[in-house]
Design a protein around this ligand. Structure first.
Ligand SMILES: Cc1cc2nc3c(=O)[nH]c(=O)nc-3n(C[C@H](O)[C@H](O)[C@H](O)COP(=O)(O)OP(=O)(O)OC[C@H]3O[C@@H](n4cnc5c(N)ncnc54)[C@H](O)[C@@H]3O)c2cc1C
Length: 297
């Protein structure tokens, strides 16, 4: 039985592995996708010290680092986690047992599920303006959504791009009024209400989007900011607390409400959140420090 199983091989899980290896802990890392969600980013420009890498390169660099320090990393897709006699059993292709678990299972960006969305991912379709915005300097883009993430992304893009459309399916934006006011005062921003994007079209990259109002918008990029979905099903057997969107609530040490379970990275929530590789990595390190101290009790 392991002292710790780290579930997830994204920036949070792999950075946690670096720290666990340095603490000489008895641990295993399990993940379905090596490198995690960050591998979907075609270019990372905001990870300090590592300039201009693809997401795949960043993920594999962190993995290589963890392995070099002695981390054991297994590829498996865990279907169920159960708590039995005070320890945890993880069911995948194999069965794994640990006294403690660190959940770094990330969250999936919500999709529009429309034609062209998958085909043009990284070729004009993005789920992260903070990450990919600079690639659209002086271009025409749209942001889809009506909450804080969408409106602040549109504001950010208004600073960078020639023109930004905010396309929202409802009549009234749901973001904080101050953000909305700020966006409305931008000369190069236009809000399109009561419209759904039904298709993304282009040749080698995005060229236009079609709306269900019959309108076509010619542009270079589309940012889909309609939220993300944490993996609730996997952790349903544990007594975790979540926020209203399903993200796992953690304290300053990244401890969850269930004894023996920590969470870090995109899946975790502790009030104020920036879902990025750098913060995920930092939370992984904090969690392992807390877990290490727990093994000494
Ligand atoms: C398109 C895109 C571009 C981005 N660009 C940037 C950027 O430029 N800069 C930046 O800092 N951030 C960027 N991000 C955000 C960044 O990718 C995330 O914040 C970061 O990856 C979160 O790390 P994490 O370790 O918490 O989760 P993730 O990276 O999502 O990793 C989750 C891990 O858990 C594993 N997992 C989940 N469920 C299971 C299971 N049941 N069994 C086994 N394993 C499982 C997955 O396989 C994966 O390894 C971008 C995100 C996207 C989608």
């Amino acid at each position: 039985m392991y002292d710790l199983i780290i579930l997830g091989t994204g920036p949070a899980g792999l950075s946690a592995a670096v720290y666990a290896a340095r603490y000489k802990m008895n641990f295993l890392v399990i993940g379905a996708v090596s490198g995690g969600t960050v591998t979907q980013a075609h270019q990372i420009e905001n990870y300090p010290g590592i300039e201009g890498v693809t997401g795949i390169e960043l993920g594999s660099k962190i993995e290589k680092h963890a392995k070099k320090l002695g981390a054991e990393i297994t590829v498996d897709n865990i279907k169920k986690i159960e708590k039995k006699d005070g320890h945890f059993i993880l069911h995948g292709n194999k069965k794994y047992e640990a006294k403690r678990i660190l959940l770094t299972i990330g969250a999936e960006r919500a999709k529009l599920k429309i034609k062209g969305e998958e085909e043009f991912l990284g070729k004009g379709v993005s789920y992260c303006a903070t990450c990919d915005g600079p690639f659209f300097k002086d271009k025409v883009v749209c942001v889809v959504g009506g909450g804080n993430a969408a409106v602040t992304s549109a504001l950010y893009m208004a600073e960078l791009s020639k023109k930004v459309y905010l396309i929202y399916r409802g009549e009234e934006l749901k973001a904080e009024p101050a953000w909305i006011e700020q966006l409305k005062s931008q000369k190069n921003a236009e809000i399109i209400y009561n419209a759904n994007v039904t298709e993304i079209q282009g040749d080698k990259k995005v060229e236009k989007v079609l709306l269900d109002t019959g309108k076509t918008v010619e542009l270079d990029g589309i940012f889909i900011e309609i939220g993300s979905t944490p993996n609730r099903a996997l952790v349903s057997g544990l007594s975790l607390e979540t926020d209203k969107l399903g993200y796992i609530t953690v304290d300053a040490e990244m401890k969850t409400a269930e004894k023996g379970v920590w969470a870090a990275g995109d899946i975790a929530h502790n009030g104020f959140k920036l879902r990025q590789a750098i913060t995920a990595a930092a939370e992984g390190a904090i969690a392992v420090y807390s877990i290490y101290l727990d093994t000494k009790k």
